[in-house]
Write a new protein. Structure first.
Length: 472
C-alpha cells in the first residue's frame, strides 16, 4: 500500500489515467468472461474437461458485443506504445532499444508461465502420464498465448506503423480495414487463406487508433519534439512530412456518438442480414468465428466500443482524480499481464483439486445447478488466482520498473539484428504452440521445437538487455 500511495503521488499531471483504467477493466472482463462461461464435463474415461457455455446459451450472443474486449486492449496498447516510443526517441534512443524495453515487460512474465508449465509437464512425463493428456492440460493453460502472439506482433511493428501514422493518419487504419474486408471475402467465398492475414490486419487497425488517441493529448499541439531531441540525434521517422495532409481522429463526445451509432449500425447489418454470426466470441461448433481471425463485424463492434469509451471519458477521468480508485488501477496494472496469463491455470488447479477430493460439480450448461455454482466457482477461482499472482506477480512488477540503461543510446547493427531475431523467435514459438492441436502427444506439453525456440529467443533478449552486444 505504501508503494501504491507513492506511485499515485508521483503520477504526472498529464498522464492519461483513463488508458490505465481501460487496460485493467479489459483484462478483468476477459478473466471473468472465461471463468463464467466455463462448463466442466467428464470425457469417456471419466476425466474432467471443459468447454465454453456459449454454444448452449444462444440468448447470450448479443452480450458478447460487450464481453469481447480485446479491441479495447489493442486500443490502449496503441496509445501506450506510441507514448513510450516517442519518449524514447526524444531521448535519442532507437527502435531496437525500445523493443528491448517493451520485451522485458511482456516476455519476462510469459517466460515464468512457460517455464513452470514445462517443468510440470516434465514431472508428469517422469510419472508416466499420457503425453496426450499432458498436452491437453497445457493447451488449456496456454490459451491466453493466442492473444499474446498477436499483441507481440503489433508491438514489434510499432516503429514503422507509427511512422505511417504520422504521415497518413487515419488513412492507415482505413486501409487495414479494407484489407480485413478482402480477407473476409476469402473466408466466405475462398480462398480461405486470404483471411489468415486478418489476425494481423484486424488488430493493427485498432492499434493504429490508439496512436490517433495519443495525438489528442493536451501537449500534442504544443512545441514539437524537435526541441527535446538531442542535437546529434538523427531525425525521427515519426516527424510530420511537409505537404502531406493526414486524416486525424477527433476524440470528442460528438465523435463518440458517431462511433457508437455507426459501429452498432454496421455490426447489425453485418450480422443480422449479413453473413457473420452475432456472437463476437468463439462458439463451439460454429462455422464462422468473428474473432478468429478478426472480421469486419468485430471491427464494427470495436468502433462502437470506442464510441462508448469516448462518451464515458469525462466521468471516468473525474473518478480517477480520487486517490482510492487511482491506487486500485495502479495496483491492477502492476500485475495485469500476470492475471491474464495465469487465470486459466487457476481454473485447472481448482478443477484438479476438486476432482481429487471428489467434490467437483459438473452441472449442464444453463441449468439451475450450473447458475447456482457460478458464485462459489468465481470466488474459489479468485482465491486460487490471488495465490498465483502473489507468487508470480512480483516478476511483472519488477519488469514495470525496468529501465534499460544501455538502450537509450543508438545501438549497433548487430544488436538490432539480434534483437529482432530474439523477438521473432519468441513470437514464432508461441504461435507454433498455439497452432498445435490439444490432442497432440507432447511429453513436455509445449512442442519441443517451440519450447527450445522460445527459451533461446527469451534468453537472447535477456542478454541484450543486460548490455551484451552493445560494443563491436
Amino acid at each position: 500500500m505504501r508503494r501504491l500511495r507513492d506511485l499515485a503521488e508521483r503520477t504526472p499531471a498529464g498522464r492519461e489515467r483513463y488508458v490505465d483504467l481501460l487496460r485493467a477493466l479489459a483484462i478483468t472482463m476477459v478473466v471473468l468472461g472465461h471463468w463464467s462461461a466455463a462448463v466442466i464435463v467428464r470425457d469417456d474415461d471419466g476425466r474432467p474437461t471443459g468447454h465454453s457455455a456459449l454454444g448452449d446459451l444462444p440468448w447470450a450472443y448479443p452480450l458478447t458485443w460487450v464481453a469481447q474486449v480485446m479491441p479495447v486492449f489493442f486500443l490502449v496498447g496503441g496509445y501506450a506504445n506510441a507514448a513510450s516510443f516517442t519518449n524514447l526517441r526524444a531521448r535519442g534512443g532507437d527502435a531496437a532499444g525500445w523493443l528491448l524495453d517493451r520485451s522485458a515487460r511482456l516476455v519476462r512474465p510469459t517466460s515464468v508461465l512457460v517455464l513452470v508449465l514445462g517443468a510440470a509437464a516434465a514431472l508428469a512425463h517422469l510419472l508416466h502420464t499420457d503425453p496426450t493428456r499432458t498436452r491437453e492440460v497445457v493447451w488449456f493453460a496456454t490459451i491466453p498465448l493466442w492473444f499474446l502472439v498477436a499483441y507481440l506482433a503489433v508491438v514489434a511493428l510499432t516503429p514503422p506503423m507509427y511512422a505511417l501514422h504520422r504521415r497518413f493518419g487515419m488513412a492507415v487504419p482505413l486501409a487495414l480495414v479494407a484489407l480485413v474486408g478482402l480477407g473476409d471475402l476469402g473466408r466466405l467465398t475462398g480462398p480461405v487463406q486470404l483471411s489468415y492475414a486478418n489476425y494481423l490486419f484486424g488488430w493493427l487497425a485498432v492499434h493504429q487508433l490508439g496512436f490517433a488517441w495519443y495525438d489528442t493529448r493536451p501537449d500534442a499541439a504544443g512545441p514539437t519534439r524537435e526541441a527535446t531531441r538531442p542535437p546529434d540525434a538523427a531525425t525521427p521517422s515519426t516527424d510530420e512530412h511537409p505537404g502531406v495532409r493526414r486524416l486525424r481522429l477527433p476524440m470528442s463526445r460528438r465523435a463518440g456518438l458517431v462511433f457508437l451509432v455507426g459501429g452498432l449500425v454496421a455490426a447489425l447489418l453485418l450480422t443480422v442480414p449479413g453473413p457473420w454470426p452475432v456472437a463476437m466470441l468463439n462458439v463451439p461448433g460454429s462455422r464462422l468465428d468473428n474473432a478468429g481471425p478478426p472480421s469486419l463485424a468485430l471491427l464494427a463492434v470495436a468502433a462502437a466500443q470506442i464510441g462508448l469509451i469516448l462518451l464515458l471519458r469525462g466521468p471516468a477521468e473525474r473518478l480517477l482524480r480520487r486517490t482510492g480508485p487511482w491506487q486500485l488501477v495502479i495496483g491492477l496494472n502492476l500485475v495485469v499481464l500476470t492475471v491474464f496469463l495465469w487465470h486459466l491455470t487457476a481454473a485447472i488447479l481448482l478443477i484438479g483439486l476438486l476432482d481429487t477430493t471428489g467434490t467437483l460439480p459438473t452441472p449442464a450448461a444453463g441449468s439451475t445447478a450450473w447458475w447456482a455454482w457460478r458464485v462459489p466457482w468465481l470466488l474459489l477461482l479468485a482465491a486460487v488466482l490471488a495465490v498465483l499472482v502473489a507468487v508470480f506477480g512480483p516478476v511483472e512488477a519488477r519488469s514495470s520498473r525496468h529501465r534499460a540503461r544501455r538502450t537509450a543510446g543508438r545501438g549497433t547493427t548487430t544488436r538490432t539484428v539480434l534483437t529482432v531475431a530474439g523477438y521473432a523467435a519468441v513470437v514464432v514459438a508461441l504461435l507454433v504452440n498455439s497452432a498445435t492441436p490439444k490432442s497432440a502427444a507432447e511429453p513436455l506439453g509445449i512442442p519441443a521445437p517451440a519450447l527450445a525456440a522460445y527459451l533461446a529467443g527469451a534468453g537472447l533478449l535477456r542478454l541484450l538487455r543486460s548490455g551484451w552486444g552493445t560494443r563491436g
